[in-house]
Unconditional design. Sequence first.
Length: 309
Amino acid sequence: MERKKRLSGFRSTLSGQMRSEARWAFIFALPALIGFAVWVAGPLLASFVISLSDWRVGASLHIAGFQNYARMLSSDKLFPKSLLATTYFSFTSVPLTILVSFAVAVLLNQRIVGVAAFRTLLYLPSIVPSVASAMLWLWLFNPNFGLLNYLLSIVGLPKLLWLRDEVQVIPSLVLMSIWRMGGSMVIFIAALQGVPQSLYEAVEIDGGGAWRKLVHVTIPLMTPALFFNFIIGFINSFQLFTRPYIMTEGGPDNASLSLVYYVFLNGFRYGRMGYASSLAWTLFVVILVLTLLFFRFSRSLVYYETKDR
């Protein structure tokens, strides 16, 4: 009987401690929860309500239902063009950036003299401010006295218009995005250093060379890092704004009009906040759907060592 009383008292004390810890945990988390509600959840909900209105800056807000979305899909000629330009840029720049950064990471994972200096030099472009980077590449892309056309003239190739040509403007922005591959390169180097050397030794014992090591060991064990860089790069590339805003203003002939820049134009230049909000929510849905599809297809492509397959 005495033992049951002691056990009951222990359980009561433990329960009281757990309730006290839960209460203090909630108190300490409350500022973050309030910040999330005020600065994230609140604006999200407000933007969705605004997307269902015809609100313009300086005018009263009137709910118009899904008229903005209907207009976007039926009569707005710039929306499909901006979506196509953004998709073209995203599905071109992300795979090429991943391919180049992975190849560079493999090279920089070797034991060579000065490898730390090479890693630093190749990572530096990724920390250059976007505006400064855009101004630098404006000079490089200049068709009259830019460095790139000068290099082309040295090898006897014709000069290009780069940002001033409808066909060349997106490839030019893709080239610029590859230059800023430092973040994904660092992730690849970290993942490469986690590959067990015993697996490479096993391939050597079986008579395999560098190619078999790459195909049968390196790439399968790097698929989580590859997938991570792809998802992050894809989401970031669909939010392309700074380069079109500074370098092209969406031109020539709206060939580089990204969807985020189109949101900016409608909201902050034309004052159509309702329509801009509907464009922003459409962009969110596009990114969400494509990301879910990528995760669905990754199940058979991404190898996780600790996951039962």
